[in-house]
Design a protein around this ligand. Structure first.
Ligand SMILES: Nc1nc2c(ncn2[C@@H]2O[C@H](COP(=O)(O)OP(=O)(O)OP(=O)(O)O)[C@@H](O)[C@H]2O)c(=O)[nH]1
Ligand SMILES: [Mg+2]
Length: 287
């Protein structure tokens, strides 16, 4: 009933317009997700709340529920990810050094993480309602070698970063660190961690670097489709413990995603729209 009600409310506007395009993935938009059975829909929209069922009663759940906007709010946010003549989403430029970074005024969000963790795939999934925006992904680690800037109309900019770790560009530190420390309009950094392997040593170094910059960041747990619930929960709880005990600028709620199955993509779109000030949510904690 809830899904039907929502679908009716989504009948107008950019969401439906985007779905009508040929090469848009069938799960790219909320419109198609709300047509799914309730449980499947919840899995895709609020992946963390689904995992909660497996947690022991003694585990504190409050940090998993900090950001749980309504589906209507997610739909508002989703409109920002649909390109139109008045709101163009496009690849803007690439930079190898901070000095080459474009002088843009819009708020920025950037994605960092180990090579192959799924940064470019996540950005591709976020922009899946605008498939003409080309975001290159690859099986080979170290594929993204520059900072790639994508403009989302006049609302905000998304930056795909080169990875660190195996086969990463040697100058990752020269490129990304200065950006994180000095970029004035950077409103959120997303640190990606592979859900199937959990926090690695290189991730801990990145986490410390994010802490040092003192600017807000959030952790995104990727590839949740690749591992079983047991492994995912173990890695997630370990991450929670680290965030709780060793960080002060990290958003306490991790974002769980699968760029392959679109789990968590709608929620992350909404969080990005929220932190960049592009939408005013009615309620950040209502599901
Ligand atoms: N199963 C699964 N595979 C994924 C997911 N996200 C990314 N991948 C795969 O992981 C590989 C690396 O993805 P990329 O998005 O290119 O990774 P990256 O972090 O941008 O890598 P670099 O640019 O090398 O730093 C590709 O083969 C993707 O198809 C996911 O959610 N699930
Ligand atoms: Mg990449």
């Amino acid at each position: 009933m809830f899904g039907l009600h929502l679908r009716l409310r989504l009948q107008s506007g950019a969401v439906v317009h985007a779905v009508a395009r040929h090469n848009v993935h069938k799960l790219a938009s909320l419109h198609s997700v709300t047509a799914l059975p309730q449980k499947k829909m919840r899995n895709l929209l609020y992946p963390l709340s689904e995992l909660e069922a497996y947690l022991h009663r003694s585990v504190d759940r409050t940090q998993f529920q900090l950001f749980q906007p309504s589906v209507e709010d997610m739909a508002e946010a989703e409109k920002l990810f649909c390109s139109s003549p008045a709101h163009k989403i496009d690849y803007y430029t690439s930079a190898e050094r901070m000095e080459h970074a474009p002088a843009l005024k819009q708020p920025e969000v950037c994605f960092i993480g180990r090579s192959n963790v799924g940064k470019s795939s996540l950005i591709k999934a976020l922009f899946s309602l605008t498939p003409e925006v080309e975001v290159r992904v690859s099986k080979t680690p170290g594929h993204t070698r520059k900072m790639n800037f994508f403009r989302v109309g006049k609302a905000f900019t998304v930056i795909d970063m080169p990875g660190y770790g195996h086969r990463a560009p040697k100058d990752f530190v020269d490129m990304v660190e200065p950006y994180l420390y000095t970029r004035k309009n950077l409103v959120r950094t997303f640190l990606l961690v592979d859900g199937s392997v959990g926090l690695q040593k290189a991730d801990m170094i990145a986490l410390e670097m994010c802490e040092e910059t003192r600017s807000p960041y959030a952790v995104v747990v990727t590839k949740m489709d690749k591992c079983g619930v047991g492994v995912l929960l173990t890695n997630l709880l370990n991450l929670q413990r680290v965030v709780e005990t060793q960080t002060s600028s990290c958003f306490p709620q991790p974002f769980l995603i699968s760029s392959l199955h679109f789990s968590g993509i709608y929620l992350l779109r909404c969080f990005i729209a929220h932190v960049t000030g592009s939408v005013t949510l009615k309620d950040t904690c209502k599901s």
